[in-house]
Design a protein around this ligand. Structure first.
Ligand SMILES: CSCCC(=O)C(=O)COP(=O)(O)O
Ligand SMILES: [Mg+2]
Length: 247
């Protein structure tokens, strides 16, 4: 069994703790169906207006709606259709992720959504916690969306096991600098952190920043190539990782 000795585990969500299908087939369709109503209801709130302004600054906005002087005034309808376009492309851009978190909050609150967590995740979180290891999450999903998923999961509230959350405010997940920023924020040498992810380019960025890395080869994830399997430790689930506390 692969063995690591670290002070903190930094985990991705989609494809790592949670199935890609839950994100693609439950969360994204929910956001597509409910964004327009959310924008209509909250249109005059400063938080919504700030998201709308950030969405309009994206280069994709111009591509979608044409040159700035030909664009219609932003409305809940045309912003929602732009949001649906971004979701279909699965673009991991900050204002979309912030909006999705706010839209999903209603779905979690009324019981329509419960976060999917693989069966091995809660026992592993408990094991790591008992061993004195710290756990933080780094996902393209907003911090709010992360807290909803782990706070209201099919396995109950997992937030007591999580001591930190990072989203793309710290940088994009395929850039080395993001992992340098996280290690700095945690006040830990990068080599004392184990990053768990399903995406090879994220694994490369974290490794370049000095972190230890393991890839998750969950059912439904993009298949790993022979080169990926040579370059990185990979496991099917968290039960197949032995993680020791670095004293
Ligand atoms: C925090 S749940 C929403 C997941 C999401 O929106 C997403 O883009 C997942 O990205 P990840 O970095 O967790 O693979
Ligand atoms: Mg992922």
């Amino acid at each position: 069994m692969p063995e690591f000795t670290v002070k903190l585990i930094l985990s991705d969500i989609e494809g790592t703790t949670t199935s890609i299908s839950f994100v693609k087939d439950v969360l994204f369709p929910y956001a597509k169906t409910h964004s327009k109503a959310f924008l209509e209801e909250s249109w005059n709130n400063p938080e919504t207006q700030s998201i709308v302004q950030d969405l309009r600054k994206l280069s994709e906005y111009k591509d979608y709606l044409g040159p700035v002087d030909e664009q219609p005034t932003a409305s809940p309808g045309n912003v929602a259709s732009f949001v649906n376009f971004l979701i279909e492309k699965d673009l991991k851009v900050g204002p979309l992720k912030t909006l999705q978190g706010l839209v999903w909050a209603k779905g979690y609150a009324n019981g329509n959504i419960k976060g999917h967590i693989y069966a091995d995740v809660l026992p592993a979180f408990k094991r790591w916690h008992e061993a004195g290891l710290r756990l933080a999450i780094y996902s393209s999903g907003s911090v709010k969306a992360q807290q909803l998923l782990f706070g209201q999961s099919e396995m109950g509230n997992l937030l007591p096991y999580v001591s930190g959350h990072y989203d793309t405010a710290v940088g994009h997940k395929q850039e080395k600098e993001s992992y340098v920023n996280i290690a700095k924020d945690l006040d830990l040498p990068a080599e004392d952190i184990l990053f768990l992810t399903d995406v090879v380019k994220e694994a490369e960025a974290a490794r370049d920043a000095g972190m230890q890395v393991a890839l998750l080869n969950r059912p439904g994830n993009a298949p790993l190539t022979d080169d990926d399997k040579t370059a990185f430790t990979f496991v099917d689930n968290f039960n197949n990782l032995k993680i020791n506390l670095k004293e």
